[in-house]
Write a protein that binds this ligand. Structure first.
Ligand code: NAD
Length: 294
């Protein structure tokens, strides 16, 4: 039985995209500003192709300019850097996203750090991670922003809450922990070497799981009433069918949690919505106009 409130990320993301579309219509009419997002994909990774297709579709739907660069898997690092440089210098482009992972012969950090930080809508450039860590205005990675938006929607103020983030990646775990600190949570980052993970998780009013291990977090780990934000996307086979599950055992956790995101339909849909949100922020900052309410 599911006692927990289900946090509907799909619905929240739809609402956010609607507000972004309204904001863009205002920017076009009031400031002659059409935000533009460029996505660069190297190679034919099927999951990346799906993400890039969805990004382009949703970018156009909210009224933004969308540009895609699809490069062959054998593209050299120098040629990729040249594409990024061209986009850095393109005044109609305000957001640049290089889809990860990149082929092994390309240095990911070098490419990410070649993006103009003001156009780095993924928020992975070292300047943006530094700004985030020091509490300065920055472009913040999309999945962490979306995760915290959902937690605030479920809990209201997060101030003073015990938050446990499971996972310490640069893409999710670390930036989500920084955002929770900004929200005045008491933050613990747990990871693969954490001793007694269930005991650590049991302290949390808010659990954010970003591990990549199917259904690892169990209901009896949780403090009763905890809010669970499940970032994990894991493909498994069950009953002869391919399924996508999170890092939390949803049925089990929903018995103890106060609120929980499903997978799919929780954090996943928030990522692209937050990418569009970041692109509007970047466009306004570059053009020097106020960021509209979204
Ligand atoms: P990652 O592999 O870079 O990092 C995983 C982290 O989990 C590591 O820091 C590791 O220390 C920790 N970890 C591994 N095993 C553990 C264990 N047994 N106990 C505790 N911690 C453990 O992964 P990532 O890029 O941060 O992604 C995490 C998950 O989130 C993946 O399932 C990924 O698919 C998903 N994800 C979803 C979105 C989205 O919703 N749009 C975006 C990014 C990532």
């Amino acid at each position: 039985m599911c006692a927990a409130k289900v946090i509907d990320g799909k619905k929240f993301a739809e609402g956010l995209r609607g507000r972004i579309a309204t904001a863009i219509a205002g920017l076009k009419s009031d400031h002659d500003l059409e935000p533009g997002l460029a996505v660069v994909l190297v190679g034919e990774d099927p999951a990346s192709q799906v993400y890039v297709r969805n990004k382009a579709k949703q970018t156009v739907e909210v009224g933004m300019k969308s540009v895609e660069h699809k490069l062959d898997a054998s593209t050299s690092e120098a040629d990729l850097l040249a594409v990024v440089e061209q986009l850095n210098n393109d005044p109609t482009i305000h957001g640049i996203l290089v889809q990860l992972p990149l082929p092994d012969h390309i240095d990911e950090n070098k490419v990410i750090n070649s993006i103009n930080p003001d156009k780095d809508v993924d928020g992975f450039h070292v300047i943006n991670t530094g700004r985030l860590a020091t509490g300065q205005d920055s472009l913040v990675p999309c999945t962490p922003v979306g995760s915290v938006m959902l937690a605030k929607d479920a809990l209201g103020s997060l101030s003073g809450l015990e938050a446990v983030v499971i996972g310490r990646s640069n893409i999710v775990g670390k930036p989500v922990a920084q955002l929770l600190l900004q929200e005045n949570c008491t933050v613990t980052i747990a990871h693969s070497r954490t001793k007694d993970l269930p005991g650590v998780v049991g302290r949390a009013d808010l659990v954010i799981a970003a591990v990549g291990r199917a259904e690892m977090v169990k209901g009896d780990w949780l403090k009763p009433g905890a809010c669970v934000i499940d970032v994990g996307i894991n493909r498994i086979e069950r009953d002869g069918k391919n399924r996508i599950v999170g890092d939390c055992d949803y049925e089990d956790c929903a018995k103890t949690a106060g609120s929980i995101t499903p997978v799919p339909g929780g954090v996943g849909p928030m990522t692209i919505a937050c990418l569009l949100h970041n692109t509007v922020h970047a466009a306004c900052a570059i053009k020097g106009v106020p960021v509209p309410e979204m």
